[in-house]
Design a protein around this ligand. Structure first.
Ligand SMILES: [Zn+2]
Length: 183
């Protein structure tokens, strides 16, 4: 759980914080998985915790072959791989924000790309924080940010959005990842 396999120190210090959240989340997730697998609760859970797990169970499904937990509650109706391993999170960030096809797009673009396939609690906030702290984004200010800074007008929409979504579409189209399977 603590292995630092990737040599690149792209990830900002916020990563530590996310790892911590992951650790907390992980216990709950493991309890949920146990319930999905066996139909019974981990010993020692309170009534309350059991109720929560029961309620959550309808939103998740466990693939015992792949050892992957899927989230079914997304608005777009697609099932999402639940990220529950910090290393997996790191890879996802590298792939969808960093060197892979990420191209260091803004947090919204990064979020859209990642959330098409993955889910975890606090995903939006984590991505927003992550992108805001990304060392490379800070060093090489992307054109989108520069454009926003140069223009004194508060354009938050049509052009900017179109530009972003075009780029994102392109990047996602070229990338078909099976990240969750490479264990
Ligand atoms: Zn970046």
């Amino acid at each position: 759980m603590d292995s630092t396999s990737s040599g690149e120190s792209l990830l900002p210090s916020v990563e530590q914080k996310m790892y911590f959240q992951f650790a907390l989340q992980n216990e709950k997730i493991e309890n949920l998985i146990t319930y999905l697998q066996t139909g019974s609760f981990v010993v020692g859970l309170t009534r309350n915790q059991q109720t929560v797990i029961k309620r959550q169970a309808s939103l998740y499904t466990w693939d015992s072959m792949k050892q992957v937990l899927y989230y079914l509650g997304s608005r777009d109706g697609k099932k999402k791989v639940v990220i529950r391993d910090p290393d997996q999170l790191t890879r996802v960030f590298h792939l969808y924000h960093g060197n892979g096809t990420g191209g260091h797009s803004g947090w919204r673009g990064t979020y859209e790309k990642i959330s098409q396939r993955y889910f975890w609690h606090g995903i939006k906030e984590d991505i927003r924080h992550y992108v805001a702290r990304c060392k490379r984004c800070q060093r090489f200010t992307p054109f989108k940010t520069m454009a926003r800074e140069v223009k004194p007008i508060k354009v938050k929409s049509p052009l900017e959005m179109t530009g972003m979504s075009l780029i994102e579409k392109d990047e996602t189209a070229t990338k078909d990842t099976h990240d969750e399977e490479d264990k």
